[in-house]
Design a protein around this ligand. Structure first.
Ligand SMILES: Nc1ncnc2c1ncn2[C@@H]1O[C@H](COP(=O)(O)OP(=O)(O)O)[C@@H](O)[C@H]1O
Ligand SMILES: [Mg+2]
Length: 346
């Protein structure tokens, strides 16, 4: 048995395979966490804070951590009151259908609340032994309206302060009918109002148009721009370099003193996005460990190709322009500009 496991083991050194599980604090994360704290409090008029930014900045990682931290900080209260669940994280489903599936979303929320749809229930409330939510089990319990009611009751019964919906652009991705979409978005607003739960929407720039899709919701939304580290902001470049140093220190036997000199190239290739940087460096470490040596070619092989990088840059430029100067920090004068055209070969 042991031998079998051995032969299955990947030749990759565990240090590179665990790199993606490392999570470094960096200034942008601190900034978004701080701003979110200002928005989340009982009675806040901002019932729907929105965290929006480029793909690969680390939004999902941050969102999951915020929920974990909130629940960890309430550990004593949760022990005293087994029903309490201050923060919940779900990912909006991609049902593969033409319309967004609210049913799947509600089911995921109920699951996160500890409500198991197929278990018979007779009483509504919290089971003190399992800390799970229990609710009446009757005819038609799984139609959309009753799921929605179950979600409302669940959020109230568990005193959920905030619910994070990641990948929230799924909600508007297949919006064929504006009227129907507006009605659905308004259900988000009323969910928040009726349950006293703030709903934090997290997503890439394709989530941003939601602000203008529903007047009802727009008033309640506050956008937090989880920006990349920009090339034209000196403190951003410094923060990016600090992140490269943190990765260098995470694998000292491979990278000690060898990564920092590539900071500019890494910034250019990853567009200043720390999640993308993590992906590139994890790949590079993996190459180096499988070939048994580290050199610049391992890093070059791991970089995003221009066919990958340019569409991301184009999305970022569009997103930053849409969110606008009020949310985007630009330091003048510009030291370098970025073009979506490929660089000519040297
Ligand atoms: N602060 C961080 N430190 C180290 N790795 C990170 C950090 N933030 C994100 N990552 C890594 O980057 C990858 C992409 O991050 P993710 O949160 O999914 O980005 P996004 O949701 O913005 O697309 C993940 O594998 C994650 O582990
Ligand atoms: Mg994500």
């Amino acid at each position: 048995m042991q031998e079998k496991n051995k032969t299955r083991t990947s030749p990759v050194n565990p240090s590179s395979s665990t790199l993606h599980t490392r999570c470094f604090r960096h200034p942008r994360v601190d900034q978004i966490e701080r701003e979110l704290k200002y928005l989340i409090y009982p009675g806040s008029q901002t019932s729907v804070p929105m965290i929006c930014g480029p793909t690969g900045t680390g939004k999902s990682t941050l969102a999951r951590r915020i929920v974990e931290t909130e629940n960890e900080q309430a550990a004593d209260q949760m022990e005293a009151n087994p029903g309490l669940l201050p923060a919940v994280y779900v990912e909006a489903p991609n049902s593969g259908e033409n319309e967004f599936s609210w049913r799947l979303l509600y089911e995921r929320i109920l699951d996160a609340l500890g409500d198991h749809l197929d278990t018979p229930r007779s009483v509504y409330g919290i089971d003190p032994e399992s800390s799970r939510m229990v609710r009446p089990y009757g005819a038609g319990r799984n139609n959309l309206a009753s799921l929605r009611t179950a979600v409302e009751r669940g959020l109230r019964a568990r005193w959920v302060r905030f619910l994070v919906i990641d990948e929230a652009a799924q909600i508007i991705r297949h919006a064929h009918s504006r009227g129907r979409l507006q009605a659905q978005l308004d259900t988000l607003k009323s969910l928040a109002n009726e349950c006293g739960t703030q709903i934090v929407l997290v997503g890439a720039y394709d989530l941003y148009p939601l602000v203008s899709l529903s007047g009802q919701l727009a008033r309640r939304i506050h956008v937090l721009h989880f920006e990349r580290y920009r090339v034209d902001v000196p403190e951003d470049l410094e923060a990016f370099a600090t992140c490269v140093r943190a990765f260098e220190r995470a694998l000292p036997e491979l990278w000690d003193g060898k990564l920092m000199r590539h900071t500019d190239a890494l910034h250019h290739n990853t567009l200043g996005c720390i999640g993308t940087l993590s992906g590139v460096l994890t790949r590079a470490a993996h190459y180096a460990e499988t070939t048994g040596k580290w050199d610049d070619s391992a890093l070059k092989r791991a970089l995003l190709s221009e066919a990958q990088r340019l569409p991301i840059l184009s999305e970022i430029n569009d997103g930053e322009a849409a969110i606008g100067p009020s949310q985007t920090r630009v330091w003048e004068p510009r030291r370098r500009t970025e073009s979506t055209r490929p660089r000519s070969a040297a």
